[in-house]
Design a protein. Structure first.
Length: 305
């Protein structure tokens, strides 16, 4: 089993960078989906990510070599590639049918599953205060997303279907993340992501509509480029954080992403109300947000016993 380096401050910083980028990503994707289909957006994100990372690793003479892989690494790479591709597809299909806030809420199931997976697969441990943090975090989500969960239950069938797709995407992401952490035994985080990006690009190539790129407006083109760069930086930071910090603690910090999403939705709706409609945040929602933050901090920063 892979063991973290112990440099938890670096792991925390990388996790926070990932949270910020993942928090604002649903808004950008929602804008891009106004002009492109899901397959084409995903293909472009993976292609640009692969190209930039290949150049970076090539300049450093650090491209992955076959002899670095252990016998079971190929199976883990295949699992990680298929699961990340599934996560991208399911999340974006669900996002197209729901709202950025709702999609970001539901996808947090991924971080919870990843955290519990770290406890089971890697024998990581929570102490009493961390389990208390889990309880506070759970209560915070129940309060914070009360109105969104009500919408999921009472809204149109397509909204419910979109939410179900995001749930499946969360399961796929948790499996990918656990495979990614184990792969760190034989490859660096950047090398793993390069192989995964390349595999995902090939998977989505047959479904891509290349002619659609010539019809993009400047706004949609810039937003698409941002989504692709977001992929490189956010997943690079996430993958590297697993090298230095326990999976269960990384997952706790990632649980803050919906807070970033809702703040970003409010700001964008004030600046450009035609792009993203505002989210209504009640007093109960604000209390829930505070509990989510408190629970996440308790899980992430308490030392394991």
């Amino acid at each position: 089993m892979h063991h973290s380096s112990g440099r938890w401050r670096l792991g925390l910083a990388l996790s926070l960078l990932t949270v910020f980028l993942w928090g604002i990503l649903p808004l950008a994707l929602k804008v891009v989906l106004q002009a492109l289909d899901v397959y084409t957006v995903i293909w472009f994100r993976f292609l640009l990510s692969f190209a930039l990372l290949a150049v970076y690793l090539g300049m450093r003479g650090n491209l992955p070599k076959l002899k670095q892989l252990q016998a079971n690494s190929w199976k883990l790479l295949a699992i990680a590639t298929l699961m990340l591709a599934s996560n991208y597809f399911l999340f974006m299909q669900g996002l197209a049918l729901t709202s950025p806030a709702n999609a970001e809420v539901i996808i947090q199931l991924a971080t919870l599953l990843f955290g519990f997976g770290g406890l089971i697969v890697f024998q990581e441990r929570y102490n009493f205060f961390q389990w208390l943090g889990v309880g506070v975090l759970t209560l915070g989500y129940v309060l914070f997303f009360r109105s969104q969960l009500t919408n999921v239950i009472t809204s149109h069938d397509t909204y419910v279907f979109g939410s179900a797709l995001v749930v499946l995407g969360a399961v796929a992401w948790a499996i990918y993340a656990l495979a990614q952490k184990q792969l760190l035994q034989s490859l660096s985080s950047a090398q793993i992501m390069l192989v995964i990006y390349g595999g995902c690009t090939l998977l989505f190539t047959p479904f891509t509509k290349f002619e659609a790129f010539s019809q993009l407006s400047n706004l949609h083109l810039l937003t698409l480029l941002f989504c692709a760069l977001n992929t490189v930086i956010a997943y690079g930071a996430f993958a590297e954080s697993l090298e230095h910090w326990e999976a269960s603690r990384v997952s706790a910090v990632l649980a803050l992403a919906p807070i970033i999403t809702l703040i970003a939705v409010e700001l964008i709706s004030l600046i450009a109300p035609n792009l993203i409609p505002p989210e209504r945040l009640t007093t109960i929602g604000i209390v829930g947000a505070c509990l989510v933050v408190s629970g996440s901090v308790a899980i992430a920063l308490k030392k394991s016993s």
